[in-house]
Structure formats: structure tokens, C-alpha cells
Design a protein around this ligand. Structure first.
Ligand code: PLP
Length: 366
């Protein structure tokens, strides 16, 4: 009998990918890094590949992630979006992945070993990886000999209406102009992450270039306000104890929660060791038997207490901490709306301990 688990709705992932594909207007590099944002990279990849008009490639951050996909028998294109150190290039080749490169010596080494297709990373303001847009022309000679299959950049706050996406777009265009004569006309340009796709959608536009690289949107979060995206993860846990506490008594570590009257407190078999983050201490809400009940006290590693004074509750009941119960849904975005926790971190943390249960089509009728 399970104590805590994460149900993953693979049908919802597929429909989210289709919605992002429609909005982007171009095929996707589906980002499955960090074990598919905690959701399960292999299961998500299997759910998505095989629809070539929707998914052009899978996106990873490390060779270990790429290897896990290959070992699971996934032979789709894989783009590694983070820079590799030079010693990794041989492994990248043997895994048959497309690295992101931007240093002339790496580009030359990759081509000397006949590594295959690769993508050129251009930094337009993230200051993280890639060649600076305003120095991209320094690669002209190298690129004239070794052509990339693709060229891309990454936005730092495409979700914000602060104009930075527009200026990053302009910098990317400037770099492309500087390289145009050495790039093949068929080069695959890509820039949009989930927020990029959604910010263009808000302006009635689709993604420029040939591809877009959504991650979090596939998992139903962060940009869900702009799309009909579906909740993908459902974190559930059983009630393993119920007690009465008297007025003035405290609950959990630090004694930060004090009962104001005689209260019933239930204990759930889930904690921050399962990815139910400590940020939910004293402020999270949980669905139990059709009602919303509050988290009481600090979330501990293995257990979380909830106030069930006004809710029916017995040992063995199943609570929903994230996701849908009946007609109610605690979305990833609603759970992180206070802003102290990022939906990215919440999702990624779900990979910690709770087993994942993959459902082909949990809510296809909704
Ligand atoms: C993680 C990542 C993405 C996906 O971003 P989301 O905000 O999750 O859509 C796209 N491109 C690169 C380079 C990334 O690192």
C-alpha cells in the first residue's frame, strides 16, 4: 500500500505539447532535463516522441540525462542545451546527441571527430552560456568551415512585460545578420522557451524561426494562464495518524503553530523529503475528502500535519497536496502563487522520494 506518490498524467503532457505546438507555430524541442522537471524524463519522452510534426527533438542539460534516454531505447534527436566541457565531446558523439557549442576550439574538435550536427549558442543577455551576440562575428571564419545545424538564444524573463524579450530578440537578430553569409539558409533558428511562446501568443504572434523549446509548459505550469494547459502532477499522501490537540498546544518543529481551541490534527505520510516543500509550512492547503484544509505547522522531512477539525478524516484517507481531487484542483501555479516558491523547484523536487505512477490518460474527458 502506498503512503505517498505522484500521479503523472501523460495524456495531459501530450495535450500540453499540442497546445504549445499550436501556439508556437513551429515544432518543439521538448525540454526533459532534470528528469523531465521531476515528472520522469523517460516516461515523458516516450509519451511525446513519435509525433514528428510536434516534437522535433528532446532537450537535456547533461550527458547523464541523454544516456538515460538512450538506455531506455529512445532514439529521437536529443539537443544538449548547456555547454559541455571539452572532455565530454567524445561521449556526446557516442550518444548521438547534438551539443550546443560556441567556442571555436570546441567547434573544431567536434568537427574533427566527425561528431555530427550541433547547435550554436548565442548569449543575448542571460549571461550564462553561449557567445555574446556582439562578438558572434568573431566566429565567422570557423563557421564558414563548420556549419551548425541550428543557432539559438535563451530569454531571461520573457514572461515579464518589461521589454527585455524584445531587446534580446533584437540582439539575436543582430548576431544572425552578422553571421548570415556563413550560415546555411536552412539553419534552424530557435529562441522561445515556454514564456517566450506565451508572450508572443499574447501579442497574437507565433514563435520566430524554426523551433521552440518549451519546458515548464509541458508540465502544465508557469504559463498556464495563457493556454488551456492541464495539470500534469498529482501529489497524494495517506493519513497515517489523527489526534486531538488542546488550546495552547503546538504542532511540529519549532512550535510555530499553536492550537486556538481543541483541534483535530491529521498526519500525512509526506514531507519535504518527498518534495512537498518546507515553504508550505503553516500556509499550504490540501484537498481531503472534498474540502480544503490548511497545513498546520512546519512541513517535516517525512510527515506533514493538517488541521482537520472541520473535515471528515480517518487514518488511511488519501489527501491531495498538489493536483486534482474530483472537481477541485490545486494547480502547481496556485500552490506557488505566493511567490516564495518557484513552480520549477516544486516540480523538480517531486522526483525526490515519492514513487511516480504514470497514467496514460487520467483526465482526458475534462
Ligand atoms: C530550461 C530551458 C528551456 C525551457 O525553459 P522553460 O522556461 O521551462 O520553458 C529552454 N531552453 C533552454 C536553453 C533551457 O535551458
Amino acid at each position: 500500500m502506498r503512503r505517498a506518490w505522484v500521479e503523472v498524467d501523460l495524456g495531459a503532457v501530450r495535450r500540453n505539447a499540442a497546445a504549445l505546438r499550436r501556439a508556437a507555430g513551429v515544432p518543439l524541442v521538448a525540454m526533459v532535463k532534470a528528469d523531465g522537471y521531476g515528472v520522469g524524463a523517460v516516461a515523458v519522452a516516450r509519451a511525446l516522441v513519435g509525433a514528428p510534426d510536434t516534437i522535433w527533438a528532446l532537450g537535456v542539460a547533461t550527458l547523464v540525462e541523454a544516456r538515460a534516454l538512450r538506455e531506455a531505447g529512445i532514439d529521437a534527436r536529443i539537443l544538449c542545451c548547456t555547454p559541455l566541457v571539452p572532455e565530454e565531446l567524445h561521449d556526446a558523439k557516442s550518444l548521438g546527441i547534438r551539443p550546443s557549442l560556441h567556442r571555436a576550439q570546441d567547434i573544431r574538435a567536434w568537427n574533427a571527430m566527425k561528431g555530427g550536427a550541433w547547435h550554436l549558442a548565442i548569449d543575448t543577455g542571460m549571461s550564462r552560456a553561449g557567445i555574446r551576440w556582439d562578438t558572434a562575428s568573431s566566429l565567422r571564419e570557423c563557421l564558414a568551415e563548420h556549419t551548425p545545424e541550428g543557432v539559438f538564444t535563451h530569454f531571461h524573463s520573457a514572461e515579464a512585460p518589461d521589454g527585455t524579450r524584445v531587446s534580446q530578440d533584437a540582439r539575436f537578430d543582430e548576431a544572425l545578420r552578422a553571421l548570415r553569409s556563413v550560415l546555411p539558409p536552412t539553419v534552424l533558428e530557435h529562441r522561445d522557451n515556454s514564456a517566450g511562446i506565451s508572450s508572443r501568443l499574447a501579442a497574437g504572434k507565433s514563435s520566430p524561426g524554426s523551433l521552440a523549446r518549451p519546458g515548464i509548459g509541458l508540465y502544465g505550469a508557469f504559463v498556464a494562464d495563457r493556454f488551456p494547459l492541464e495539470q500534469v502532477v498529482h501529489l497524494r499522501a495517506r493519513v497515517i495518524d489523527v489526534r486531538t490537540v488542546l488550546a495552547g498546544e503546538t504542532v511540529s518543529y519549532g512550535g510555530t503553530y499553536t492550537a486556538t481551541r481543541e483541534q483535530r490534527i491529521a498526519t500525512l505520510a509526506v514531507g519535504h523529503g518527498d518534495g512537498y516543500r518546507r515553504a508550505f509550512s503553516n500556509c499550504g492547503r490540501v484537498l481531503l475528502n472534498g474540502t480544503h484544509v490548511p497545513v498546520a505547522g512546519v512541513v517535516s522531512m517525512d510527515m506533514t500535519m493538517i488541521d482537520v477539525t472541520d473535515a471528515p478524516c480517518e487514518v488511511g484517507d488519501v489527501a491531495t497536496l498538489i493536483g486534482r481531487e474530483g472537481d477541485e484542483c490545486l494547480t502547481t501555479d496556485a500552490a506557488t502563487a505566493s511567490g516564495s516558491l518557484s513552480p520549477y523547484e516544486l516540480l523538480v523536487g517531486l522526483a525526490l522520494r515519492a514513487p511516480r505512477v504514470f497514467l496514460e490518460d487520467a483526465h482526458g474527458d475534462r
